[in-house]
Design a protein around this ligand. Sequence first.
Ligand code: BG6
Ligand code: BG6
Ligand code: GLC
Ligand code: GLC
Length: 917
Amino acid sequence: MFAVHLVAFYFTKLKEDQIKKVDRFLYHMRLSDETLLDITARFQAEMEKGLGKDTNPTASVKMLPTFVRAIPDGSENGEFLSLDLGGSKFRVLKVQVSEEGKRHVQMESQFYPTPNEIIRGNGTELFEYVADCLADFMKTKGLQQKKLPLGFTFSFPCRQTKLEEGVLLSWTKKFKARGVQDTDVVCRLTKAMRKHKDLDVDVLALVNDTVGTMMTCAYDDPYCEVGVIIGTGTNACYMEDMSNIDLVEGDEGRMCINTEWGAFGDDGALEDIRTEFDRELDLGSLNPGKQLFEKMISGLYLGELVRLILLKMAKAGLLFGGAKSSALLTKGKIETQHVAAMEKYKEGLANTREILVDLGLEPSEADCIAVQHVCTIVSFRSANLCAAALAAILTRLRENKKLARLRTTVGMDGTLYKIHPQYPKRLHKVVRKLVPNCDVRFLLSESGSTKGAAMVTAVASRVQAQRKQIDEVLAFFRLTREQLVGVQDKMSAELEYGLKRTTHALATVKMLPTYVCGMPDGTEKGKYLALDLGGTNFRVLLVKIRSGRRSVRMYNKIFAIPLEIMQGTGEELFDHIVQCIADFLDYMGLKGAQLPLGFTFSFPCRQANIDKGTLIEWTKGFKATDCEGEDVVDMLREAIKRRNEFDLDIVAVVNDTVGTMMTCAYEDPNCEIGLIAGTGSNMCYMEEMRNIELVDGDEGKMCINTEWGGFGDNGCIDDIRTQYDVEVDEGSLNPGKQRYEKMTSGMYLGEIVRQILIDLTKQGLLFRGQISERLRTRGIFETKFLSQIESDRLALLQVRKILQQLGLDSTCEDSIVVKEVCGAVSRRAAQLCGAGLAAVMEKRRQDQGLEHLKITVGVDGTLYKLHPHFSRVLQETVKELAPQCDAMFMLSEDGSGKGAALITAVAKRMQQARREH
Ligand code: BG6
Ligand code: BG6
Ligand code: GLC
Ligand code: GLC
């Protein structure tokens, strides 16, 4: 008995002494709770720095957005390929995620070696090797015929701007292949795969192993929102609120952030806790100065730290009687698996002896105890540091959720965590101590990152399928050059029909003579009244023209025309107009003045003279009764008479295109085309009298109001009309009429957009499949909103705000789609307009027998003026389709009122000249 006690006493004493000795020697490696809390606080600050847009470039903890936005919800399914590269083992896998709603995953996998000459050789060869392994796997599994989506687990820091792309920031751990840094690794892999003709694989997702681990665990436990790897390297990811991620647009929901915490301390933030051993290890590594936190923690470095400590202790005579072996002097001879074996609860000491003997040393009992304790200190420090950083993440999650207590699950993986006997226990304990207000469940990922990567890929593949559906819809709006040339040719034909006496009656492009024959010559002068009715605003104007100086002064007032007047009776409409004139005269102090008046009336009128215009039919938003077939000048005169307050001399009735052309021609006599791209769409131009069969005389030119809005009313462009155009037409005030206008002008573009959005929503591709009341409301997308949404300067969040103002509760993804839809619709509009304009310009060029035509186009209309791209696309199209015409586009700043006044002035002069004769 006594002897046994004595031995036990002796052993305890020996152990105590050795432990004390090592503790003293490694004093710096033992971190107090206080220090750990301090590290937690430092890491919190690092996370903040990495997330900030301005601070990220200099942050060492990169906090990389992963574009993984949600944890699995169980609806994922399909068959996927997976690569898992960057941990201790390289694997290729096939993953089958269950159909039929049951959560079930089947995996088949194969390991492939990663020799140093591959992972530290030429980058292109590395990816070719990976592709070779994939090809081999597909062959052995008989998968060659299948086209499968692939999820690429790549466990290195990558900057992503979308899920299927990632630029390698730097190699870490054992990898150092040349020429890969700063390139997109998905692109590199895809390129390498192209060498295999039978390989038809789509890389849909690039995931870090932490993300894969989190997703794997979240498939079984929906509380899982953190993934941690403690393996060859160490790292963590977690779900961050979008509103905190400056680097990614959008603020709703969450996104997984790959912290790349291994780089914590690379800016010197951990110098106070780093030891001489850490420094020595770093200097001998593949990436000196980098991944300093990782080098204190992860499996690739733990054994080496122990070796460096043992060597120093031996050198100091504190171990092995001062003896060193050549193995002990050799880098990498002690590995993490050795550290784990030495720390085993029962066999640990025996293992230690064996390992030391294998290293060519002759350890005493005391040496073994001391060495074992060195291992404990090193691995304990590792667990402590991990715990400190993890505590920061957990605190952040709790604060983001504004909870007093957080319940959460952390998905775990990595060989150190898995094979080290004490590691998990220690880590969990410290975490719970550091964040007592978090109930943390640690869940080991049994199946690696791949299952999670497959979940991400499944979601990506669903998104891709949806994308395809959206693209299919928008494809109808993407016109080919041939289609545009077709439109141009048909427009040319219609222009001719409209001008010819025999075909005019049936023509859809009416080509109305305006009796405006000359351009202002600068001698015009006097005071004129003008009305401007039919665009977005109704105006009454006073225009003072001063002769000689080509200068005009204008005073105007905008009046509202209520919907019930626009669509009431003709008498009410004209009475309202006269009422507005009366108000204006009053306002200008001109009561009783008898002024000549030019009436801009922006609807198709058949004219027999400059002051006679019979309304053919209403267009756009007007539908007042008893006007069609009537002379609008007469109607206005009668309304003035009814009021019996003042008299006006109505000299001219003018279409807005004509007014616009005149406004611009006053400055630039070469302006012989007037274009309106506004509420409606129309164009006028100066035509040779000899071509206008409806009007006698062959001398000179006359302006023709084409009324091209009616182009296509005979079905000639039905091949490019979409179901959405048909729906917009059917819901309009004039079904079947103005088909070209309905594809090109502001009043209808928003409606087309709305119809597409309704359809996409029905298909479940937008607004969570819910068609709101607002979306059902006709006219919600006015031109101004369309223009705002498409502005390049606008961030996604602002687009979303506009949609919200419109009452459309959209996510950021929805906003992207809406913006795209707007873009497709407005682009088509501009191109169609351009094709029409090209037809007219070509006609003018050919009629004059010119090699090159130089012409100015006066333009007006809110679509042209406000939309960020319309004018550019229009001009590009014209250039493309009419290359021999050189068009100068001149924006009419003053509206058509000025032009109408000028026309009135000219008409008045001619009237007087006739009288004098
Ligand atoms: C594996 C994962 O289980 O763990 C890998 O599938 C990951 O994606 C690895 O990289 C990390 O551990 P280690 O120890 O292999 O680096
Ligand atoms: C104005 C003109 O500037 O533009 C009007 O003065 C014209 O005559 C109008 O009808 C066209 O644009 P919108 O967008 O107002 O229909
Ligand atoms: C390294 C890598 C990181 C990875 C970790 C674990 O730290 O940089 O991306 O997650 O190792 O494998
Ligand atoms: C409509 C009208 C037309 C007008 C155009 C632009 O197309 O019919 O007369 O020029 O809108 O306002």
